[in-house]
Write a protein that binds this ligand. Structure first.
Ligand code: UT7
Length: 337
């Protein structure tokens, strides 16, 4: 882990990257499995298709690909990284997948660990990594959001299976004199956590004699869609408003809304709340659905690479999901023009 100048107190967003899972699954294909239709899914969610990893594709593969692409944009060699922070709820190994990603990247000097906060994971990881940069403890970090919820979706539950997909995105952050993280707010409320879960099995298995142990493993995702929807349209505008007030920034100064991609209706409702034109709301739901911790860096990467996001643009970001957890950050893009 390289040291950083004690005078470095800002954070610069230097590069981004993403990776998509191999298989494209259309709404019509899902209609072969559950009773649904392209029309229902598009109108209720904005989703047209999603990517699903093939059995050979690991979470580590996706995360590494996204990480390499961000390093390339930043122009950094992997061995200059101090930290690889992997936001995921679906590691290949419950002990953590970040060290595998670190090894695959060749980030030989970086410490690497996982952070789990479901769909808020990337935003929480971005803020966490930024603290190491602000204190001067680190100089270069790679934050990756990657998830393979396809492994835990109940593919026979039409109320949830149509929403999710797999993917990864990454952001290269550097300690800097200027500041690309104007402010942030993070929240958790476990009392409402029951509306969206990927719970551990509660099956008892015999151990020895009378003793039993709890069987390892997980049940599929269980979601109360309406409650999650209500939570999102209430809390996301509220946290963004608090953050704008805290930073003394008006909604008209925002170049892009960079929100967790869960449902187009949620994105539009947030934009309407701030009278932000829908063209300023980044969305790739039509192609990827909800990729959990990957949505924010994935849609960011697309918009940077196609030239919509340019150097100096102000991004209002919010992640929200299971926990319940939600957060917001005001970011300024400083990568390649
Ligand atoms: O990161 C956070 C992750 N979670 C979310 O973002 C979820 C947020 N919630 C949502 O996006 C929406 O609640 C959903 C898209 C999940 C559902 O939309 P909704 O407008 O809340 O629909 P609903 O649950 O009220 O269901 C309406 C009807 C029901 O039929 P009945 O009972 O009225 O006859 C459902 O059974 O639609 C039916 N339905 C479907 N029909 C066709 C539910 N899922 C489907 C489906 N295809 N896939």
């Amino acid at each position: 882990m390289a040291g950083a100048s004690p005078h470095s107190r800002g954070v610069a967003l230097i590069g981004c990257g993403s990776a998509q899972a191999e298989q494209v699954i259309s709404n019509d294909q899902l209609g072969l499995r559950v009773e649904t239709s392209d029309e229902w899914i598009r109108t209720r969610t904005g989703i047209g298709s999603r990517r699903v990893s093939s059995p050979q594709e690991s979470l580590t593969d996706l995360a590494t690909k996204a990480g390499n692409s961000a390093l390339e944009m930043a122009g950094w060699s992997a061995d200059t990284l101090d930290l690889v922070l992997l936001a995921t709820s679906t590691p290949d190994d419950l002990f953590g997948s970040a060290p595998r990603v670190q090894a695959a990247l060749g980030a030989s000097h970086a410490v690497a660990f996982d952070l789990t906060a479901a769909c808020s994971g990337f935003l929480f990881a971005l803020v966490t990594a930024s603290q190491y940069l602000r204190t001067g403890a680190m100089r270069r970090v790679l934050v990756i959001g990657a998830d393979q919820l396809s492994r835990f979706v109940d593919w026979d539950d039409r109320r949830s299976c149509v929403l999710f997909g797999d993917g990864a995105g990454a952001l290269a952050l550097e300690a800097s004199d200027g500041d690309g993280l104007h402010g942030f707010l993070l929240h958790s409320d476990g009392t409402r956590g029951g509306v969206l879960n990927l719970p551990a099995l509660d099956t008892a298995a015999p151990l020895a004699g009378q003793a039993k142990h709890r069987q390892g493993g997980y049940r599929p995702i269980a979601m109360n869609g309406q409650e999650v929807y209500k939570f999102a349209v209430r809390e996301v505008p509220a946290i963004l408003q608090s953050l704008l007030d805290q930073c003394d920034i008006g909604p008209n100064e925002i170049d892009w809304l960079l929100l967790h991609q869960a449902n187009q209706r949620i994105l539009d409702a947030v934009a309407d709340r701030f009278s932000i034109p829908h063209e300023k709301v980044l969305s790739n739901l039509a192609h990827y659905g909800n990729t959990s911790a990957a949505t924010i860096p994935l849609v960011l990467d697309e918009a940077v690479r196609d030239g919509r996001i340019r150097r100096g643009h102000l991004l209002a970001s919010s992640g929200f999901g299971a926990g319940l957890s939600w957060g917001a950050a005001l970011l300024r893009w400083q990568g390649p023009a």
